[in-house]
Design a protein around this ligand. Structure first.
Ligand code: BEZ
Ligand code: FE
Length: 288
């Protein structure tokens, strides 16, 4: 221990973990130390650079509270959230792909019946969303509980508006006997992730933008099936190929179809243009 040098330091740290009683923790820490040291060696890290990294993490800690989670944004923008999501959600190709949950999910959203207007006053062009939830054999999944949340026309979620008293464009509803669901909402728009903190600075200094393409979030739970956390993206969105959190999957991109004023899918007369979005989900059974 008294002659540790550039060559032996990594092994010395790994050896110090040898009596860690938790095998998994020892594996994680050993690999982390190996990769961290290899990174330092590979780039010949300077003291100023390492101090800047520590300052960055300190700033991330200072801006984080129960509403703002800068470390999740860091994980998202470095592709780590999507990597961990993908590693832990392998399933047959025909199942709907998983993507990141994001920071705007709120548990226990209000429950609506199918057909309801879940926008609850959120600003935006009306959009009727319809689809089915099925299993891999095409059988309907009835009674699946769907959580839905999305941005409004200004690119904000309800929880980001200081002056919005309750949930908007956020709901839970259950699929019908044929696995179908339908609701009215507003057209979700592209939005920048919160970028007024250290992660925003990192994006600017690395020549990146903070935008996510327009999407609607879905979290679907049904007994006997794996939970599905996903998003449906708007085709032709400018940011589909440069999503700041790397969450887009081609199978999740859908046409949001614009209609002229006329009879809405509810049968009402609507005097403004409106949109429809049709999307079906396929759940994976929990292996028995
Ligand atoms: C979202 O889609 O809501 C989101 C995901 C990652 C970071 C920020 C927002
Ligand atoms: Fe989102």
């Amino acid at each position: 221990m008294r002659h540790i040098d550039e060559e032996t330091i990594t092994q010395a740290v790994i050896a110090s973990l040898s009596s860690c009683p938790d095998d998994r923790l020892r594996l994680l820490m050993t690999s982390l130390v190996q990769h961290l040291h290899a990174f330092g060696r590979e780039v010949k890290l300077t003291e100023a650079e390492w101090y800047a990294a520590i300052e960055f993490l300190t700033d991330a800690g200072h801006i984080t509270d129960d509403k703002r989670q800068e470390f999740i944004l860091l994980s998202d923008t470095l592709g780590m959230s999507m990597l961990v999501t993908t590693l832990n959600n392998r399933k047959p190709k025909a199942c709907t792909e998983t993507t990141v949950l994001g920071p705007f999910y709120v548990a226990a959203a209000p429950i609506f019946d199918n057909g309801a207007d879940i926008s609850q006053g959120a600003k935006g062009i009306p959009c009727w969303v319809r689809g089915h939830v099925r299993d891999l054999d095409g059988h309907p999944v009835a009674g699946a509980l769907m959580d839905i949340w999305q941005s409004d026309e200004d690119g904000f979620y309800d929880v980001q508006h200081a002056d919005v008293p309750g949930p908007q464009a956020r709901a839970r509803l259950q699929t019908l006997a044929d696995g179908g669901f339908h609701f009215r909402s507003v057209v979700a728009t592209a939005y920048p992730i919160p970028h007024d903190g250290p992660v925003g600075k990192m994006l600017i200094s690395t020549g990146r933008h903070p935008w996510r393409p327009a999407h609607v979030h879905f979290l679907i739970d049904a007994p006997g099936f794996e939970r599905l956390v996903t998003q449906v993206f708007r085709s032709n969105d400018t940011f589909l190929d440069s999503d700041v959190v790397f969450g887009v999957r081609q199978t999740l991109v859908a046409n949001w179809i614009e209609h002229p004023p006329g009879t809405s899918p509810d049968g009402d007369e609507i005097s403004t243009p409106y949109y429809t979005l049709d999307f079906d989900f396929v759940l994976n059974r929990i292996p028995s």
